[in-house]
Design a protein around this ligand. Structure first.
Ligand SMILES: [Fe+2]
Ligand SMILES: [Fe+2]
Length: 161
């Protein structure tokens, strides 16, 4: 599957899950929060380990570095939420911040990064990257509770290589 199509469809899916959380009952929110945490972590991890290094070039480097800082910020908010009692009065406010930051980040990738990647990589190369990301996501899912990994990634942004 084309890497850009894969990542874009995951953006829409994450946004949908976060919207469902906002509108969900308490019981439903528990399940949805785990899903958001797991899917966001899988998405960001595959971008950091597969996609970003593969599309690193002079003309993409600045936006990739900024994206990695945005990932760091997302991971910090997510790690806070994982550690927080869902009944805490600040939980909803923090979740809202996660949602807004994710939406902003998705928009930046889609408007500034992906068009450049389309010029850089042929469809075949983009397909290979998509398959690699899916394989990594499936492997991390099999290992269980992918979201738990973010708590150890809040010190600094991932490196671009
Ligand atoms: Fe990203
Ligand atoms: Fe993304």
């Amino acid at each position: 599957m084309d890497a850009i199509e894969l990542l874009t469809s995951q953006h829409r899916r994450l946004e949908g899950l976060m919207k469902d959380w906002m509108n969900g009952s308490e019981g439903r929110r528990q399940t949805l929060f785990k899903q958001v945490g797991d899917e966001l972590t899988l998405h960001v991890t595959s971008e950091e380990q597969v996609f970003y290094p593969a599309v690193k070039e002079k003309r993409t480097e600045d936006i990739l570095l900024e994206s990695l800082e945005e990932h760091l910020s997302l991971k910090r908010v997510l790690a806070d939420l994982i550690a927080l009692d869902p009944a805490d009065p600040t939980f909803e406010a923090k979740f809202h911040v996660l949602k807004e930051q994710a939406e902003h980040h998705h928009k930046e990738e889609e408007e500034h990064l992906f068009p450049k990647v389309k010029q850089l990589l042929e469809p075949m190369a983009r397909n290979t990257l998509g398959e690699q990301m899916l394989a990594l996501q499936q492997q991390l899912k099999r290992e269980g509770d992918p979201r738990e990994a973010v708590s150890e990634q809040t010190d600094q942004a991932a490196k671009l290589d």
